[in-house]
Write a protein that binds this ligand. Structure first.
Ligand code: URP
Ligand code: ZN
Ligand code: ZN
Ligand code: ZN
Length: 485
C-alpha cells in the first residue's frame, strides 16, 4: 500500500491503551497501524512523542451574535486557527436562532460564515430560542436529517428561556428524531431576583455577577432539566457544569442508567470568583455564566472529571474583547448586568487540561484523550473522528509532554486582546496538528489554507434501549403508548 504520510516512532494513545508504533495515512484516513511501517510519500518523525487524536472542541461561540446582537471577536478563520494551535482538528460551534428566525435561515447564515473560512472540520449545535410548531415539526427534523443532530436550549435569560413546557416539547422532538438536547441550566427567576436585590443595594461591580448567579440556581435547574428529560425519555447534555451539586446530580443520574451527559470547562477548574474582584474593571475579564466558584469546587470538579461524570472538558470559548467591541459594548464602567458574558479559551483548553490534568497526576493520559476528543465524537455522532484506528480520519495531534511554556495572548492566535490564562506555566504542548492527514499547524506555524475545513454530517443520537422509563410513559401502558413517539 502506498501511504501519503507515515507518522513514525510515536507513542500512540487511545482511550484503551498506548503503544509504540507507526501510522500509515492514505486519502486522509488512517490506513494502517503497525510496529513499523516503511515507505510513505512523507515521513513524519514523532520522535517518541505522544500521538493523540486531534482535539474536538464541542463548545465554542464563533461568528455568533448574542441575543442582544453583539458579534464575537472570532470568526471561523481566527476561531479555527486558534483551536488548531491548541491541538484541535475539528470543532462544533453554535449556530444560534434568534426569535423569529427559521432554522433553515440560521443554517444558511452559518454555512456562509464557516465554509469559506474554517481551517478545521466543523459542525454546528443549533441554539433554539423560538420553538414554534413549525420549528418543532418541520425545521428541526430537517436540520437533524442534514446531520446537525444536537442543539442547545436555555433555562435562563429572558430572550432565550424556553420554560418547562417548552423544554418538554423540544425534548420530545429530540427523542423522536434522534437528536441530543444540550442545556444551559440556571434558574432564571432566582438570577433575576438576585439582580434586583443587588441593584437596590447599589452592588453592581463585576464581582457581584458571581453573587447574582448562585450555585443553587444551577443545581436547581440541572435537577429540573434531568427530571424533564427523564419524563419524556430523552437524552440530555448539560453544558458548563460549574458546581459540586450540579456534578453530583449528573453522577447520580448516570449511575441510575439515565442518558445524561455533561461537560465542565477549564475556567471552572483554573479560576475562582476572587478573580472577579480585581482592581477597576479587570474583573470583567472573568465574567462568564455560570460564574466562577471557589477552590473547594475546583477539587470536586476535578474528581468528577477523573471518575467519568463529565464526557468532555470544553472551552466555552466566548470571545468578547476587553474593549467597546466586546465586554464594554454598553459603556466603560457598566453594571455587571451590562457586561458581555464569556471568556476565551479555545487554544488554552487542551494545554491546560494536559498540564493540570495529566502532568499534575489528576487524570490519566487515556482519560485526557477521552475528555478532549473521543467522548465528544461518540456523544455528538462524529463517527469517523476521535480515535486513532484504521478507517478513521487522520485527525492527529503530536504532543511534547515535556515542553514547558508560559501562556501569552499572542500564542492564542485568536482575535482577542486578553487571555485569562496569561502568565500560567503549562507543561505539555501540541507540536504538530493534522486534519485528515494534512498538517495544519507545525512547530508554531500555521500550514492550513483558509476554507479547507469541511462540514461534518453527524450521526443521530440514540437513547440506549436500557435507559429506564418513567412508569406512566412506558410504551406498554395505554398512556405511554398514546403519547410516546
Ligand atoms: O458566559 C458565557 N458562557 N457565555 C457564553 C454563552 C453560554 O451560555 O454558553
Ligand atoms: Zn518507525
Ligand atoms: Zn451556556
Ligand atoms: Zn457557551
Amino acid at each position: 500500500m502506498e501511504f501519503d504520510t507515515v507518522i513514525h516512532g510515536g507513542t500512540i494513545v487511545t482511550p484503551n491503551e498506548s503503544w509504540q508504533g507507526d501510522i500509515g495515512i492514505a486519502g486522509g484516513r488512517i490506513a494502517a497501524m503497525a510496529e513499523r511501517i516503511a515507505g510513505g510519500a512523507r515521513r513524519v518523525d514523532a520522535g517518541g512523542r505522544l500521538v493523540l487524536p486531534g482535539g474536538i472542541e464541542a463548545h465554542a461561540h464563533i461568528a455568533q451574535e448574542s441575543s442582544t446582537g453583539l458579534m464575537t471577536a472570532d470568526d471561523y478563520y481566527t476561531g479555527s486557527v486558534s483551536a488548531a494551535f491548541g491541538g484541535n482538528s475539528s470543532f462544533i460551534p453554535f449556530a444560534a436562532q434568534h426569535r423569529g428566525q427559521s432554522v433553515d435561515e440560521v443554517i444558511a447564515t452559518y454555512d456562509g460564515r464557516a465554509a469559506p473560512h474554517s481551517v478545521l472540520d466543523y459542525s454546528y449545535h443549533l441554539i433554539i430560542s423560538d420553538p414554534s410548531p413549525k420549528v418543532l415539526e418541520e425545521e428541526l427534523p430537517r436540520a437533524f436529517a442534514r446531520g446537525i443532530t444536537s442543539f442547545k436550549v436555555f433555562m435562563t435569560y429572558d430572550l432565550m428561556n424556553l420554560g418547562d413546557r417548552g423544554m418538554l416539547d423540544i425534548l420530545t422532538v429530540a427523542r423522536k428524531h434522534g437528536a441530543l438536547t444540550m442545556v444551559h441550566a440556571e434558574n432564571n427567576d432566582m438570577v433575576k431576583w438576585m439582580n434586583a436585590r443587588l441593584a437596590e443595594a447599589g452592588l453592581t461591580e463585576p464581582k457581584y455577577h458571581a453573587v447574582s448567579r448562585p450555585g443553587i440556581a444551577e443545581a436547581e435547574a440541572i435537577n429540573r432539566a434531568i427530571s424533564l428529560a427523564t419524563l419524556v425519555g430523552a437524552g440530555l447534555f448539560i453544558v458548563h457544569v460549574s458546581t459540586p451539586e450540579g456534578a453530583e446530580l449528573v453522577a447520580r443520574a448516570r449511575a441510575a442508567g439515565l442518558p445524561i451527559h455533561a461537560e465542565t470547562c477549564p475556567q471552572y477548574l483554573a479560576f475562582t470568583r476572587q478573580d472577579l474582584d480585581r482592581p477597576g474593571m479587570e474583573g470583567a475579564k472573568y465574567i462568564c455564566s455560570p460564574p466562577l466558584r471557589d477552590a473547594a469546587t475546583q477539587d470536586v470538579l476535578w474528581r468528577h472529571a477523573r471518575i467519568g461524570t463529565f464526557d468532555s472538558v470544553s472551552s466555552d470559548h466566548a470571545p468578547y474583547r476587553f474593549d467597546a467591541s466586546g465586554k464594554f459594548a454598553k459603556g466603560d464602567a457598566p453594571p455587571y448586568t451590562a457586561i458581555s458574558n464569556g471568556m476565551p479559551g479555545i487554544a488554552a483548553r487542551l494545554p491546560y487540561l494536559f498540564s493540570e490534568g495529566v502532568v499534575a497526576g489528576r487524570i490519566s493520559l487515556q482519560h485526557f484523550v477521552a475528555l478532549s476528543s473521543s467522548n465528544a465524537a461518540r456523544v455528538f455522532g462524529m463517527e469517523r473522528k476521535g480515535a486513532i484506528l484504521p478507517g478513521y480520519d487522520a485527525d492527529i495531534a503530536i504532543w511534547d509532554a515535556e515542553e514547558s511554556r508560559i501562556v501569552t495572548v499572542a500564542d492564542q492566535h485568536d482575535a482577542m486582546d486578553y487571555t485569562p490564562f496569561e502568565g500560567m506555566r503549562l507543561t505539555g504542548w501540541p507540536v504538530h496538528v493534522m486534519s485528515r492527514g494534512e498538517t495544519i499547524v507545525e512547530g508554531g506555524e500555521l500550514r492550513a489554507e483558509r476554507g479547507r475545513g469541511r462540514f461534518v454530517a453527524r450521526a443521530p443520537y440514540a437513547v440506549p434501549a436500557t435507559a429506564p422509563v418513567v412508569p406512566e410513559m412506558d410504551p406498554a401502558t395505554n398512556f405511554g403508548a398514546m403519547i410516546r413517539p
